[in-house]
Design a protein around this ligand. Structure first.
Ligand code: PMP
Length: 390
């Protein structure tokens, strides 16, 4: 215990200690934090579906009808009809032959890469990919080459270098929307490359699914190359307002994962309430209400980001509802986050290892349900605090 205490003290000394806060209330524009109402600027509930009465009702009804637990892994006690219905819905949504649900985005990324890639294979991975992709690459035991963030030329140079000694399958793996930067992967150019070099393109669209593109199909739709993506990973816990994740892909890919993916095989499957809520979430994303919510989100994002951009802040190339504001070192970042909280705005300061050294940031996420005036005021407060601190 003593060694852990010392380790914690050392983290605290360097301004790197992480701790948890307790929220009360659903994930709406405002929540109660330590008994006080604050503006929530760090939830991934982008379209407000996590508090939507239709999802809650579907979840409650499914729990009453089918119970609270799925009982076991699907290979042990079978699939529920709801698993199959949701997978058919997801495959249709992304335009693939099949889909498979996972218990979280973390489980999906580790399970997809571990299940599809092996020691003879080669994974090309963007330098800013999510931690779960990095862990999936490790679990796969495939050789992994990290290419500079979004740099298609550097990636092609790596591919050309590796081509003469090629043995197994090649994968290009990228976030669609980068979770700490809010920028987009150059998907159309990556699709060109994967076609030229006979690789599979995997896109983690945790932050794009439901949000980006005219119909919410995600970053692939926004980039005009949805059908060229081989492996569409997405999550159900962000814009879709629930919990869990999926891969949409060809039938053989899904069948191999059912046979080889350890997080799928060795874990109890998603329960009925979660599956039923997700089905309604896809209906909503496809409805005029979903369209209107996407429009509100886009408008809100601009209302919040425009003054920050105009003030010359470094927003990491963000073009989405994830708006980071680079602040540099850990201590001033955490101090700014604390001052913001005292002024009624809740967002997180992000430090290494989540982001590179020297690139600490305040990371704000905008929701469709935010009031534009409150967002404009929050942007002004951020500007004031950063000026006061400089
Ligand atoms: N991929 C990305 C890009 C993410 O941002 C996250 C979660 N923050 C995940 C995967 C993991 O998803 P989940 O929270 O469902 O485990």
């Amino acid at each position: 215990m003593e060694s852990y205490r010392r380790e914690l003290e050392e983290l605290s000394r360097r301004g790197m200690l992480r701790s948890l806060r307790t929220l009360a209330g659903a994930q709406g524009p405002h929540v109660r934090l330590d008994g006080r109402e604050v503006l929530l600027l760090c939830s991934n509930n982008y379209l407000g579906l996590a508090g939507h009465p239709r999802l809650a009702r579907a979840a409650a009804e499914a729990a009453l009808e089918f119970g609270t637990g799925s009982g076991a892994s699907r290979l042990v006690s079978g699939s529920l009809a709801l698993h199959e219905e949701l997978e058919a819905r997801i495959a249709a949504f992304k335009g693939t032959e099949a889909a498979l649900v996972f218990n979280s985005g973390y489980a999906a990324n580790t399970g997809i890469l571990q299940g599809l890639a092996g020691p003879d294979d080669l994974i090309f991975s963007d330098a800013l990919n999510h931690a779960s992709i990095i862990d999936g690459c490790r679990l796969s035991r495939a050789r992994t080459l990290v290419y500079p963030h979004g740099d298609v030329d550097a990636l092609e140079a790596l591919m050309l270098r590796e081509r003469p000694a090629r043995r197994g399958r090649w994968f290009i793996v990228t976030d669609g929307v980068f979770s700490m930067d809010g920028d987009l992967a150059p998907l159309a150019a990556l699709a060109e490359l994967k076609e030229r070099h006979d690789a599979l393109l995997m896109v983690d669209d945790a932050h794009g699914t439901g949000v980006l593109g005219d119909t919410g199909r995600g970053s692939g739709e926004a980039s005009g190359c949805l059908a060229r993506i081989d492996l569409h990973m997405g999550t159900l816990g962000k814009a879709l307002g629930g919990f869990g994740a999926f891969l949409a892909a060809s039938r053989p890919v899904i069948d191999i994962l059912i046979n080889r993916s350890r997080p799928f095989i060795f874990s109890t499957s998603l329960p009925p309430a979660v599956l039923a809520a997700a089905l309604v979430a896809f209906d909503l994303v496809d409805s005029t209400e979903g369209h209107a919510r996407r429009e509100m989100l886009r408008r809100n994002r601009e209302v919040f980001a425009a003054p920050l951009r105009a003030a010359g802040l470094d927003l990491c190339g963000s073009v989405t509802q994830i708006v980071p504001i680079v602040t540099g070192a850990p201590r001033p970042t955490m101090r700014a986050a604390q001052t913001l909280l005292e002024r009624g705005i809740f967002l997180q300061g992000i430090r290494p290892p989540t982001v590179p050294e020297g690139r600490c940031r305040l990371r704000a996420t905008v929701m469709s349900e935010h009031d534009p005036q409150e967002l404009a005021a929050a942007a002004q407060t951020i500007l004031d605090i950063l000026r006061e601190q400089s």
